[in-house]
Every structure is written in structure tokens, then in C-alpha cells.
Design a binder for this molecule. Structure first.
Ligand code: MRU
Length: 395
């Protein structure tokens, strides 16, 4: 049996009602406060899709902390299988981030924070300061481009400094709470991004997006897809064009999965079809996420984003970036200083496990590219819609 979905209705006075609430969930759902319901959504967990509490988000929760374990929805297996993995050490969690069990800038930040909390929870009688330093190092280095990773680890490090001299129980509790706070704040930021961004999406719009900047890439709800969700929640009709996102196919596998299961009208295209759809007037605007936004507004995001930005500019279409402030990196002056991850060649030479490239060919596989601020119409954060000045963005 798959997950049974529940629709949550909110009237203008904030009154919350549900459609088709399965009997066995009535009490569970009624016991949750409306804020929690709205922030996370609820659905009955079907076989293989249970979250630690037996209630899962229908807008998907890719990461949770449960009794000293980091629980990750294995995104490598989607859309074929919904499988959760449970991890106890920072080494294991860093491996999962590297191997793309979890991916997306905010989601890997949250996962790293939870990885530290779990690691310290599972430490025996060791020196917790040494254990923390090792966890900090291995997680920080797991992937280089998304600044959210270092941002989340920095937050955990500040909390650890504050409780360093206290007993192990207090240290564990402080780290656990901070990791949970990072998750909750991310969902709240995404909701706010959605509210601001929805105003940019006209009724009847077709939004092109690249990669997956949805619930799967965040704590829940999503950034670029959060804007799409919020536009629909505001009563607007919105269609999505999802670019497949070679080579790892986040668009085909993840964005399409998220949106189809929520009943969005979503059309999948190859990355190279983006230009012709724009030229034929089928696209209203482009909305993407970001892995790191430099101080001047240059945006690092999934490779191919830059191409879409150039095409959008050529066709006079708005190009929007949606990201929480945890993706802003004031310490990096411009995009030329952003480290771009190079991933293994087999992601390019193979497709779905089958070799497609000629043996012996050389391969480049940069996982991200940098879009200059001048091609970005607006950057939507939880604080509002930012527009560039003559010298770039100021946040
Ligand atoms: O390699 P990935 O899948 O981690 O890349 C993800 C992206 O590029 C997303 O667009 C970005 O992290 C924003 S997610 C809200």
C-alpha cells in the first residue's frame, strides 16, 4: 500500500479542515497543531514510507533525526523505490552526502547538523571535543559547492562552544535541539520564500525549472518548487516544465516525482529543448534554486542553470533564483571564487547503469555552474524579493 494523501484546507480565518482523513489517522492528525500541519503537511505512512513518528509529510521530508539516528530518504532510488536509511556516525552521514543519498543545498546542511548530533549521541566515553572536531571536519568536506553545509556546521560549532564544559547529557541535548531548529527554520524560510515568490507568478503561468529545488532538496516544501506550490496555494493556475538535468537526472527523477504525486501539471523535457520551448512562447519564467550566492549576487547552481539564464535573457523572460539566506555567502565576493565540484566521470559515460559513451573518451563533469548576477532578474529569499542595482545585488 502506498501513502494515503490528505488534503489540508485553510480558510481565510485560519480554520484548518481535512479531506478524506483515514480513520486510523484522525486522532494523530487532530493532535497536531495547525502550524505544524501547515509547515509539514501530513499523510499516512504506507509500507516502506514510514517516518519515525508514523506520520510523514506529503510534501516530503528527506531528512529527520530519530533516537540518535539520521533518517534519510534514499534519493538515489527515487522514483522507483521509497527507501529510508538510518545512520549513526558522522563518517556514515558524510558518505551519504557524497554519494547523493541526500542532495540539495539546504538538505545537506540539515543532514550535516543532524549527523553531528547523532555522532555525539552515539559517542561512548570518549573526549567529546575531539569527537566533535572530527565530525565537523568530515562533514564540512563532504561536498564543496553548497555553502549551506559549512553554514550548518558553523552553527553546530557555535552551540558546542557554548556548552563545552557541561556534562555529556547537556551537550547532546543542545546539539540535538540546534539540529532540529535548523530543520524547522528551513521549512519556515521556504514557506516565506514561497509567499514572496508567488507574487511573481501570474495566473496561467508556465514555470521552467532545472534540477530539483523542491521538498527533497530542503527540510520540506522547497525553494523554487516552494514558489510554485505557494502560487497554487494562492489560487493561481500554474504549470511546470522540468528540465531533466543531465547527468544525474534530478529533474526527471525527483522534480517530476514530487510534482506528479501532488497533482501538478508537469512536463519533462531534455535540457537541450529549453531554448526551443522559450522561443515558441511556451515559458512564462524560469525559477531555480541555488547552492551558493556570492556577495554580488552571482549564483552557483546545478550545471545547466547558466545556459537557461542566457536563453531566458535572449528571449526576454524573467529568470528568478529562490534561496534561503543560509545560501548567501557574504565572504565570497563573486562567482569566480566559488568552488565547483567535479563529480565522477561514470555519471556522464553511463545512463541508468548502462555505458553509453565510447570507451577511452576523456570526460569533464562539473556538477555546478555560475550564473552572473546580471542575468538574474530577482533573488527571492525569506526576507523578500531582491533586485539588482547597477553594481550587482546587495543583501
Ligand atoms: O547536486 P545536487 O543535486 O545536490 O544539486 C542541487 C542543486 O543544484 C539545487 O538546485 C540547489 O541545491 C538548490 S536546492 C533548494
Amino acid at each position: 500500500m502506498g501513502p494515503a494523501e490528505i488534503t489540508v484546507f485553510v480558510d481565510p480565518d485560519g480554520e484548518v479542515t481535512f479531506s478524506d482523513l483515514p480513520e486510523d489517522l484522525v486522532e494523530v492528525v487532530r493532535s497536531l497543531d495547525p502550524e505544524t500541519l501547515l509547515a509539514r503537511g501530513v499523510a499516512a505512512g504506507g509500507q516502506g514510507a514510514e517516518d519515525p513518528g508514523g506520520v510523514e509529510a506529503f510534501d516530503v521530508r528527506p531528512v529527520a533525526l530519530d533516537h540518535g539516528e539520521v533518517v534519510l530518504l534514499d534519493q538515489r532510488k527515487l522514483p522507483g523505490e521509497e527507501v529510508y536509511v538510518r545512520l549513526r556516525t558522522a563518517e556514515e552521514v558524510a558518505g551519504a552526502i557524497r554519494d547523493m543519498v541526500v542532495r540539495g543545498a539546504p538538505a545537506i546542511g540539515i543532514t550535516a547538523a543532524m549527523g553531528i548530533a547523532a555522532d555525539i549521541e552515539n559517542a561512548g566515553g570518549e573526549d567529546l571535543a575531539a569527537r566533535f572536531e572530527a565530525a565537523d571536519r568530515v562533514l564540512r568536506e563532504a561536498r564543496p559547492t553548497a555553502v549551506n553545509l559549512a553554514w550548518a556546521v558553523d552553527r553546530m560549532a557555535r552551540v558546542f562552544e557554548g556548552v563545552r564544559g557541561r556534562d555529556a547529557g547537556a551537550i547532546r541535548e543542545a546539539l540535538r535541539s540546534e539540529a532540529e531548529r535548523i530543520l524547522d527554520e528551513d521549512i519556515a524560510m521556504n514557506r516565506a520564500i514561497g509567499r514572496h515568490g508567488a507574487d511573481l507568478i501570474p495566473d496561467g503561468a508556465t514555470v521552467m525549472t532545472h534540477c530539483n529545488a523542491g521538498a527533497l532538496a530542503t527540510g520540506g516544501y522547497g525553494t523554487a518548487l516552494g514558489v510554485v506550490r505557494a502560487a497554487r496555494e494562492a489560487g493561481r493556475r500554474v504549470r511546470v516544465v522540468a528540465c531533466e538535468t543531465r547527468p544525474y537526472l534530478q529533474g526527471a527523477r525527483l522534480t517530476a516525482w514530487e510534482l506528479v504525486r501532488e497533482g501538478f501539471e508537469v512536463t519533462l523535457i531534455t535540457d537541450s529543448a529549453a531554448g526551443s520551448l522559450m522561443a515558441s512562447g511556451e515559458v512564462t519564467c524560469v525559477v531555480v534554486g541555488a547552492d551558493r550566492i556570492a556577495a554580488n549576487g552571482d549564483v552557483a547552481n546545478k550545471v545547466g542553470t547558466y545556459t537557461h539564464a542566457v536563453l531566458a535573457h535572449r528571449h526576454g523572460l524573467p529568470f528568478y533564483v529562490a534561496a534561503p539566506s543560509s545560501t548567501l555567502d557574504p565572504a565570497t565576493p563573486d562567482g569566480s571564487h566559488i568552488p565547483v565540484e567535479e563529480r565522477p566521470p561514470d555519471e556522464v559515460t553511463s545512463c541508468g547503469g548502462t555505458r553509453v559513451a565510447a570507451e577511452g573518451v576523456r570526460v569533464r563533469n562539473p556538477a555546478f555552474d555560475v550564473t552572473p548576477w546580471s542575468l538574474v532578474t530577482a533573488i527571492i529569499t525569506e526576507r523578500g524579493v531582491h533586485r539588482p542595482g547597477p553594481e550587482g545585488y546587495r543583501f
